[in-house]
Design a protein around this ligand. Structure first.
Ligand code: NAP
Length: 268
């Protein structure tokens, strides 16, 4: 039967209408149980034992950025959910341009999530994995020199040798996940999963996310719909070559605050 469901009816009565604690958010956004790689139904569809979720924010008219950043579209609650999703992840996969434009820093260890991470067998903070073909990154930044866990650089086998050496000299671990200059999205998942980094979160940007979508390598999308309009020529949250047939997702949850919708969709 087809029916329309008011968003307010989709929240648990006991937690509706008040601020959620970080624990409640972490429970609500917990990763699914991940069987070992190769097992039937392991992780997402890819069978590599990984679950890849994306966390993105979009304006009402589809912009994934404003003035080159996502912050103008975001809110305090959005940042709380952003932080919760990070705290649940083994690894945060991010495109090099987002690192360059948003001034990425290493993930922090957060007291609020320390016990949960320890119980899940996770280190104090997720590793950041930067996806880059050029390795045209500033390796003197704290992201590379001061992380709690070494920052990873995912690249192709043809990456410039001197940039690979510069990354390693700064303390980053360089992982090859492609035969050519670039990273193959499915291999990125698998290479990280092989290292035990199976609860994967990508924070974009749009060009990277578009490749995960095109490779059918995205299990879940946590999309914040920001109650803003920007017009202009901003990128959408995913870009690049289109898929032949639109990939279908189903809604897993919707939360609302101050007009912001915090949606979560899973691939069918
Ligand atoms: N709305 C949101 O939630 C959200 C989230 C994140 C970012 N953003 C916004 O998005 C913008 C940046 O996104 P973007 O789409 O332009 O860039 P991006 O996806 O963050 O990064 C693109 C770069 O990543 C590397 N890359 C991507 N795919 C690769 C592959 N297959 N193999 C190797 N390297 C690969 C390349 O780096 P090299 O050039 O180094 O080779 C490429 O130039 C910013 O304005 C940011 O604020 C918005």
């Amino acid at each position: 039967m087809r029916r329309l469901l008011p968003v307010t009816d989709m929240t648990e009565p006991e937690t509706a209408g008040r601020e959620w604690s970080l624990d409640e958010l972490a429970d609500a956004y917990a990763y699914p149980e991940l069987p070992s790689a190769g097992a039937a139904g392991a992780g997402g569809e890819a069978g590599d034992g990984a679950w890849l979720r994306a966390n993105m924010v979009s304006s009402l008219d589809g912009a994934g950025q404003h003035d080159g950043r996502s912050q103008p579209l975001s809110s305090e609650e959005d940042m709380r959910i952003f932080g919760t999703l990070r705290a649940l992840a083994d690894v945060v996969v991010v495109g090099a341009e987002t690192v360059r434009l948003e001034g990425y820093r290493p993930a922090r260890a957060r007291e609020a999530f320390a016990a949960r991470r320890e119980a899940a067998g996770q280190g104090p903070a997720p590793a950041i994995a930067v996806v880059s073909a050029s390795l045209n990154l500033d390796f003197s930044l704290p992201l590379f020199t001061e992380p709690l866990v070494p920052t990873l650089v995912l690249t192709g086998a043809a990456a410039p040798a001197e940039r690979v050496a510069a990354a390693r000299a700064a303390g980053a671990e360089v992982l090859v996940a492609g035969d050519g200059a670039g990273v193959e999205p499915a291999r990125a998942r698998a290479v990280l999963a092989e290292r035990g980094l199976r609860r994967q979160l990508t924070e974009g940007g749009p060009r990277l996310l578009g490749q995960f979508v095109a490779a059918d390598a995205l299990d879940e999308l946590c999309l914040t719909v920001s109650p803003t309009m920007t017009s202009g020529a901003a990128q959408r949250i995913a870009g690049g070559p289109a898929v032949a047939v639109p990939t279908r997702f189903q809604v897993a949850s919707v939360l609302e605050q101050d007009g912001f919708l915090f949606t979560r969709y899973r691939r069918i």
